[in-house]
Design a protein around this ligand. Structure first.
Ligand SMILES: [Zn+2]
Length: 279
């Protein structure tokens, strides 16, 4: 990859399934001095609108910004970003998801505002939502780099089943989402399939490779991924209680799980889980 163009938004999209470690990767990448972490950018309006009812989930227990502000409306950074977006795009409306035809224009204005306020060369978006990814890939204002983060199907199914015992749904979701993300990723300026086990067991080697791909100079800031001022949207509990980076596979271990994996799961895992390059 050559030098990134200054006029385009350099957007690094962490894509794939939920429960795949994207919060950790987003926090690690965002610590880079030339990066800004927007978090789950596709959920911007949801985290903004204090008038809409909020249903806490294990992934999103509250609507707060990562800086601690109770909502994005109360965050000084996002307030300035919205002002800047309005200067860049006069039709900008923070409730932009209600304007589906011009959704990308609103998103581009806000991303450009983030870039201009922070001076970051790359913006990190960990939305994962494939519709959002598809929209960004169609943007003429953004150069999109996709990091497709995937957990072993058995580990994903284990995480999924802690919230929903339907293992067939877990399998279906993992297969559909990863196959679609892979197809979409091929249209990006760069596509980097990454196994979560690889990231968590050898973060140094993986981050060295990722920085090189993204044309960012090496820094070891990712090792203290929880530090620093941040304004990312969404993400799981890890934001509040950082843990050392270590690989602890959590697999669904019952007989039914092993039978399902033995009959169909292994083939999909072989097809869609990226091989570990750093063991
Ligand atoms: Zn904030």
């Amino acid at each position: 990859m050559g030098r990134m163009s200054e006029s385009l938004i350099n957007l690094v999209m962490i894509a794939g399934c939920n429960y795949s470690g994207s919060t950790l990767l987003e926090m690690m990448l965002s610590r880079h001095s030339e990066a800004f972490g927007a978090g789950e950018f596709a959920r911007f309006r949801l985290f903004l609108d204090e008038t809409e009812p909020w249903t806490p989930t294990p992934e999103h227990p509250e609507r707060s910004c990562a800086c601690g502000a109770a909502s994005l409306l109360r965050c000084a950074f996002w307030s300035r970003a919205m002002e800047r977006a309005r200067e860049l795009y006069p039709h900008f409306n923070p409730n932009f998801e209600r304007d589906p035809r011009r959704l990308m224009r609103h998103e581009e204005a806000l991303l450009k505002a983030c870039q201009s306020l922070t001076g970051a060369r790359v913006l990190i978006d960990s939305s994962k939502n494939p519709d959002h990814l598809r929209r960004c890939l169609g943007s003429s204002a953004a150069r999109v780099h996709v990091i497709h983060l995937t957990k072993d199907l058995r580990e994903y199914s284990g995480s999924f089943q802690r919230r929903n015992p339907n293992r067939l749904l877990a399998y279906g979701t993992w297969i559909r989402r990863n196959a679609r993300t892979e197809r979409l990723g091929r249209r990006a300026a760069s596509y980097f399939p990454l196994s979560y086990a690889d990231l968590a067991s050898n973060p140094q080697a993986v981050m060295t490779e990722l920085y090189a791909r993204l044309d960012l100079p090496y820094e070891d800031s990712f090792l203290r991924y929880w530090e620093g001022e941040r304004h990312s949207i969404g993400g799981n509990r890890m934001r509040r209680a950082p843990q050392p980076i270590q690989y602890r596979p959590t697999r669904a271990g019952g007989l039914a799980d092993r039978a399902l994996y033995g009959t169909v799961g292994w083939a999909f895992n072989r097809r869609l889980l990226p091989p570990r390059r750093h063991v």
